[in-house]
Every structure is written in structure tokens, then in C-alpha cells.
Design a binder for this molecule. Structure first.
Ligand code: GLN
Ligand code: ZN
Length: 767
């Protein structure tokens, strides 16, 4: 049984890569220093894997920014607009072209936009989307891959396993473009395979010459819905590769089961197939049946995307099944996917309670689990006994298992997820109560989180400010934001969220069942890392979370003050979740906690309450057919959180970065009295789904993009509002920005909101 790893986090245990990159971008360190920092991280990672006893150590899993962008550079897929970066500025090296593509280039009189970024399957990692033109040519442009192969060989004294994105998935990750940035629908990217393959095969041959034995080709699309043409592309690509190159190919799939693609994958002419047995353990039987006699099977049994200790007995049962079916020699052991998605090292976590820490594993510990599993199969029973004790302790610990919480979820009734009256009735009651004008204006919640505000929290943490001093500073910021909103003339105000570090962490810190790491960073994109909270146990609310700040804010003004909460699905989606119960169960626990907070706000006199759910859409499963079941419980979780209130209390929700077309039915089922969405960048195009569906409730299509410091004009926003008027009943339209304003500065915020209010006023007069 060979052990291997699909990829290791490259940010460094102390986020060294982030720091080095950002210093390089700021001009504080030179290229050599950056290269050196990266080299050190690679060396540490490789040696760590060697010490853990991993037989096949991956290389080329390192990346300065993103592994998909690395592929684009390797294969010479450089959009035209970057040519000047590479050719006109003599001091630029390959890495500068690379960063220009990732981040845009505003230097030396050039102003070139960055390439688009989007989510890597259903993870919170973002990759740089390749741009293909109809006449796309490929050529080997970068030496990084070969360099890292040699380097890894030298450092570890082993034959490394280079990791590449497979040719079909690489094409499927990209977009068809004209020579500019505009989309091009005149060709299908998958047809570029013919041009791509010769170059791809040349890459493989060069690896072979360099001494590689195995190469890992990631084809995650094999775990998604495929068209017939895409299936044929897989067959064609791997037949060509087989014909022309002798390397042993390990085909890696992850994030889902192969399902109906099982026979396709198993019949590709490759030496080994990797499957994700954490996400889809049930696929083992079908895969074992389908796998041809000589192919090896890599069992992804250790969860690459979470922080929990592996349950060895469960993994061993899967390994045993495979052993009986195909024999030990054909089995490989590995994490389920690249460890890119887990934090680096649990040893750095000194603040987590020892009992709970003993239930956890980060990337470094997961490598140990892979080799431990092999040792257990070889007879080391002691390792299994230690693991069983930890798993048992987690299973029964009263620190995380709260019967009352479980009982409450079990007792949920349909009526709990149902507002008292239907929307039209509520709308009438709320209109009478609030007497808002047509096109009421509001914002999404946060106001600028200035350095001063952030420093307040830092000082509080360091003990340089007392809790009382801190709170009085936050009060001051809140009052001043309220005055600003009154002066601008907004109809429904917000308190500004100055007391919040982050929209999930703020709630996690106050809810029972959550814990926080000191260093549990995971790469989100480029140098951006996130440190998700950990949902460790049954979740419950131990007291008011936002009531004090909302009431303080409401007391400062005679205008309506919106209460501001994060919804259960978003809290779930942006945390490390439990793996010992279904996601819906955790979501419902959080939903009940938020519900209690909603009711407490209502009781305290808050008349409008917003429950943000920006992450509902990103929780959609990879397979279309699994969508409805997910949406069913996700929407129910939201409704549970929102439905305890009286008809006269108005529930808002907010969703950004979303396309709504295919989920309109479920958005409507959320039955929020008002939904605010991001629409300005698409020029209200996203609103058409709502119009088409005849969405019945009130809706605030964002009229300006908060991602840019640019102040939009009154006319621009009126133009967008007119578009909205053409699509929706006038009485249902709200006016607001696309999202919260925490990343903006005050000057641009005030200017933009003044224009927005004016645009609403003029449109109102016309109506
Ligand atoms: N209420 C939050 C804010 O304004 C919403 C953030 C979001 O949707 N991502 O910041
Ligand atoms: Zn938003």
C-alpha cells in the first residue's frame, strides 16, 4: 500500500507566503527575497511530508497565488492585454506578469484589469479563471513545474509526484473570450482540446525525462454532471496521453462521488484512480466493481476539508473492502482532496481545550493519519486503540452534546417555519405601521470599518482599552453614523456594525457550541486567508447578542432602526462544521438560536430585522439533482429563524454575489418581507429572474457597486431604478446599495448615499 498526498497548504504555518507576497507587491522586498521565502515554505512542507512517512510527495502544489493561474502560465494562456507587462517593461520577470494577471497592473503608465476570479467548486477557495480565445494557441511558457520537480527531488531524495490540473478540467474551468474581455459564444472551449493536448503531452514528456514516475492529474469535473461531449473529451484526452507518454497517471477526483461517471473514469487508460471517500463513501462499491484488473485505487479517506480527527475504524472498513476486492498492492491511501483547504498545524493551537483538541487534526496531523492507517493495516493495533478513545470521547462528551438542543430540533413543527399571515396581509399591516414612502431608502448594514475602529478592538484585546472605554467609543461611532444617515435623509437606518469584527465570528463568539483557533488560516484567494470558526458542538444561544446595540441605536433616532443578524445558512457555510451529524441538523440548531435573537429584538421594540444570507447559493451541492434537497432545508433554516415574529414586524434578508435564475422558487419560499440583492454590476440583469418569476414580496435591487470607491451619479442610479420599475411593481421596490459599506471610506460613502437618496426622490416624484 502506497501512501501519498494530493497537495499541502502553501501559505506557511505563520502565513509567511501572504506576508512575503504583500511585501513584494508593496516594493518592500525584492524578487530574490520573495523567491527565497517561497523556497523555504516548499522545503519545510516537503520535509514534513517525508518525516510523516508519505511515500509519494507532491510537487507543483505550491503556488504564489493560484494553481489554475500556474497552469495558464505553464501552457502560455496569457490574455493579450498583459503583453505590455511582459515585453515593454524590461525589469519585469515572469512572476510580475503572473501577479499582473492575478491582480491587475497599474504601473509604468499601464492600467490593465485583473483576470476574473471565481469559487473553486464548492469550496471557499477562489481561482483565476483562464481566458481562451477562439484562435487560442498553447506553448510551454513557464519552467516552474520542472524547477519544483528537481527541487523536490533534491530536498527529499525521493521521486516526487508532480501535480497538474488535468487537460479537460483545465479547459472546463475557463471562459471563452474575444481578444478583449468580452465573452465569445462563437466557440466551445472544449474544442481547444486538440490544440492543447500536444503541448500538454510535451509537458508530461519533459517530466518523464526529468525522472518522474507518477504524475497526478486532477480532474475534479469527473465528480460533476457531464455532457456527452465532455465525457468524450475525457476519453479522447486520456487515450492520446496514453499513446504518447509512459508516465504513470494518477487521475484525481474529489469533492463528490463519481456516480454515473464511474464507468467513464474507471475505463480511462490511467494507472490509478483517486476517489473522495469522505464526501462520498458509498461510491466505494460501484468503483470496486468497475475498476479494471490492473488499475490502482487511491482511497481518499482522510478529510482534506475539515479539522476533525479521522475515525480510523470507519476508514479501515473502507480499506478492508478494497483489500478484499482488489488486493493490498493496488491500494493507495491519501487525504480526500488537497490539504489546501485545511489549516496547517494543530500544534500551534495552545488555547483550545485539551479534550476538544484531541478530536482535531490539521494538515500536518492528517498526513500522520494517512500513514497511521497504513501501519494499522500492517498490524499496529495500539494506534487504533488511541484513535478509538478520542473518537469515543467526542461521541459522548457532555461538553458538546446538549440534549435540550437536540430535543428542540426534534420538536420543530411545520408551523414554526411559517409566518402567521401570508405576505399580502403582512404588507398591508406593515405599510400602515411604518408609513414609508414609495422607493424607501436604506443600506445593507455596515458603515466604514475605519482603521480607528479596528484599532479599538486591537487595543481592547491587548488590554490598552477597558471594555467600558471600548464600548463608549463604539457608541460614539454609532451615534455619528446615525446622524449622518439622518442628514442624508435615509428612511430606514442601521446602526453600522462597528462592534463587529466579522459577520460570522461576531455571532460564533457569543453562541454556545463554537470555538476559535489562533492560527487556523486557510487560503481564500491569493494572499487572502480566512480563519473560519469551528462549530464543535450543539449550538445554542446563551443570551442576547445584538439587542443592546440595536436598542442603543434605536434610542438615538425617531426613524426606523433595522436590527442586523447573520442567517443560519451563512453561519454554517462560513465555518468548519461538525462531521458527526448532517449539515441540516447543525443549520436548524443555529436557526433556532437566531430565531430567539429575532424575537428578543422584536420584544425590545425593533420593528425591522434583517437576517443576512449571502451564502445560501454557494452552499448548493455540485450535482444538480442534489440541489432541491439542500435548498429545502436551507430555506427552512432561514424561515425558522425568521418566522417567530408578529405580522407587523418586517423581516429583511440580504443576498449578494448571486445568480437567482435557477433558485427563484426557493428565494420566494424564504418569504422575507424584503430582500436586498446585488444587481448594479449586472445593470439590473439579475433582477430579471425576479420579474420573470413574478416575485411577490418587496425587493431592494442594489443601485450601486460598493466594491469600488467611485461615487455613482444621481442619473446613473435613476437609470437603474427605471429599469427596476419596468420589471417590478412600484410598491415593492426599495432603494439601497449592493452590499454593506464596511470596506469604503466615509467621504465616498456619504457622497454616494446622498446621490442615491436624491435618485430615489426624483423617481418617487415621477411615479
Ligand atoms: N450586513 C452585512 C454588511 O452590511 C452584510 C454583508 C454581506 O452581505 N456580505 O456588512
Ligand atoms: Zn452583501
Amino acid at each position: 500500500m502506497l501512501t501519498h498526498n494530493l497537495g499541502f497548504p502553501r501559505i506557511g504555518a505563520q502565513r509567511q507566503l501572504k506576508k512575503a507576497c504583500e511585501q513584494y507587491w508593496a516594493g518592500n522586498i525584492n524578487r530574490n527575497e520573495l523567491v527565497f521565502a517561497a523556497k523555504k515554505i516548499r522545503e519545510e512542507n516537503w520535509l514534513l511530508q517525508k518525516q510523516a512517512g508519505i511515500d509519494m510527495i507532491p510537487c507543483n502544489d505550491f503556488s504564489f497565488y493560484d494553481q489554475v493561474l500556474d497552469m495558464s502560465l505553464l501552457l502560455g494562456v496569457i490574455p493579450h492585454r498583459y503583453t505590455p507587462v511582459a515585453t515593454d517593461i524590461p525589469q519585469n520577470a515572469e512572476i510580475d506578469l503572473y501577479f499582473a494577471m492575478a491582480r491587475g497592473y497599474q504601473q509604468h503608465g499601464l492600467d490593465i484589469t485583473a483576470m476574473e476570479m471565481t469559487k473553486w467548486f464548492d469550496t471557499n477557495y477562489h481561482y483565476i479563471v483562464p481566458e481562451f480565445i477562439a484562435a487560442q494557441q498553447f506553448r510551454i511558457l513557464s519552467d516552474k513545474l520542472f524547477h519544483e520537480f528537481n527541487e523536490c527531488q533534491r530536498v527529499t531524495g525521493t521521486t516526487p509526484k508532480p501535480v497538474l490540473i488535468g487537460p479537460v478540467s483545465y479547459l472546463l474551468l475557463g471562459k471563452e473570450k474575444q481578444s478583449g474581455e468580452a465573452a465569445d459564444s462563437s466557440f466551445d472551449k472544449i474544442d481547444l482540446l486538440k490544440q492543447l493536448l500536444p503541448v500538454y503531452i510535451e509537458v508530461l514528456k519533459r517530466l518523464e525525462e526529468a525522472g518522474a514516475e507518477w504524475v497526478q492529474l486532477d480532474e475534479p469535473f469527473l465528480a460533476t454532471d457531464l455532457t456527452e461531449k465532455q465525457q468524450q473529451a475525457f476519453q479522447y484526452a486520456y487515450k492520446e496521453i496514453r499513446k504518447q507518454c509512459n508516465l504513470k497517471i494518477l487521475l484525481a477526483t474529489y469533492f463528490e462521488g463519481l456516480q454515473e461517471n464511474t464507468s467513464l473514469a474507471a475505463n480511462l487508460p490511467v494507472c490509478a484512480l483517486h476517489i473522495d471517500l469522505v464526501r462520498a463513501p458509498q461510491q466505494i462499491d460501484d468503483v470496486l466493481k468497475a475498476i479494471p484488473p490492473k488499475m490502482s485505487l487511491s482511497l481518499g479517506v482522510v478529510d482534506g476539508r475539515n479539522i476533525w480527527k479521522n475515525d480510523y475504524s470507519r476508514s479501515l472498513a473502507l480499506i478492508e473492502k478494497a483489500r478484499v476486492a482488489i488486493g493490498e498492492e493496488r491500494i493507495m491511501l491519501a487525504p480526500s482532496c488537497s490539504l489546501l483547504h485545511s489549516p496547517v498545524d494543530l500544534d500551534g493551537e495552545t488555547a483550545i481545550d485539551a479534550e476538544i483538541r484531541n478530536w482535531m487534526a490539521f494538515a500536518k496531523q492528517k498526513l500522520g493519519e494517512v500513514t497511521a492507517l497504513k501501519q494499522i493495516v500492517e498490524g499496529n493495533a495500539a494506534l487504533l486503540a488511541i484513535n478509538t478513545r478520542a473518537i469515543e470521547s467526542r461521541r459522548h462528551s457532555t461538553r458538546i452534546h446538549k440534549q435540550a438542543v437536540k430535543d428542540r430540533v426534534a420538536a420543530i413543527k411545520e408551523a414554526d417555519a411559517q409566518r402567521k399571515s401570508e405576505f399580502t396581509v403582512r404588507q398591508r399591516i406593515q405599510q400602515l405601521r411604518f408609513n414609508l414612502p414609495l422607493f424607501p431608502t436604506t443600506t445593507i448594514g455596515s458603515f466604514p470599518q475605519t482603521d480607528e475602529i479596528r484599532q479599538l478592538r486591537a487595543k481592547l484585546k491587548k488590554g490598552e482599552l477597558s471594555q467600558k472605554q471600548y464600548e463608549s467609543e463604539i457608541e460614539e461611532a454609532t451615534v455619528s453614523a446615525i446622524r449622518v444617515q439622518e442628514e442624508i435623509g435615509l428612511d430606514v437606518l442601521v446602526h453600522g456594525e462597528f462592534e463587529r469584527n466579522d459577520m460570522v465570528e461576531y455571532f460564533g463568539e457569543q453562541l454556545d457550541g463554537f470555538l476559535f483557533t489562533q492560527n487556523g488560516w486557510v487560503q481564500s484567494y491569493g494572499s487572502r486567508c480566512v480563519k473560519p470558526p469551528v462549530i464543535a458542538g450543539d449550538v445554542s444561544r446563551t443570551g442576547d447578542m445584538t439587542v443592546k446595540w440595536s436598542c442603543f441605536a434605536q434610542a438615538q433616532t425617531s426613524k426606523l432602526m433595522k436590527g442586523m443578524l447573520t442567517g443560519p445558512v451563512t453561519i454554517l457555510q462560513w465555518s468548519f462544521v461538525r462531521d458527526d451529524q448532517p449539515r441540516w441538523q447543525t443549520a436548524f440548531q443555529i436557526a433556532l438560536a437566531i430565531r430567539d435573537e429575532v424575537m428578543a429584538l422584536e420584544k425590545a421594540g425593533i420593528r425591522i430585522i434583517q437576517i443576512d444570507e449571502p451564502a445560501i447559493r454557494e452552499g448548493l451541492p455540485l450535482r444538480k439533482k442534489d440541489g432541491p434537497a439542500y435548498l429545502e432545508w436551507a430555506v427552512k433554516a432561514f424561515r425558522l429563524s425568521a418566522s417567530g415574529v408578529q405580522d407587523e414586524t418586517q423581516i429583511h434578508t440580504h443576498m449578494c454575489y448571486s445568480e437567482f435564475n435557477d433558485i427563484m422558487e426557493h428565494i420566494a419560499k424564504m418569504d422575507a418581507d424584503v430582500i436586498t440583492i446585488e444587481t448594479s454590476r449586472s445593470q439590473m440583469e439579475l433582477l430579471q429572474a425576479f420579474a420573470h418569476f413574478k416575485y411577490p414580496n418587496e425587493i431592494g435591487p442594489g443601485v450601486y457597486d460598493i466594491h469600488s470607491p467611485r461615487v455613482p451619479t444621481v442619473e446613473e442610479m435613476m437609470y437603474l431604478l427605471e429599469k427596476a420599475v419596468a420589471l417590478l411593481p412600484v410598491k415593492n421596490i426599495w432603494v439601497n446599495p449592493d452590499c454593506g459599506l464596511k470596506t469604503r471610506r466615509w467621504t465616498e460613502t456619504i457622497a454616494a448615499l446622498k446621490n442615491m437618496v436624491q435618485a430615489a426622490q426624483v423617481t418617487r416624484e415621477k411615479a
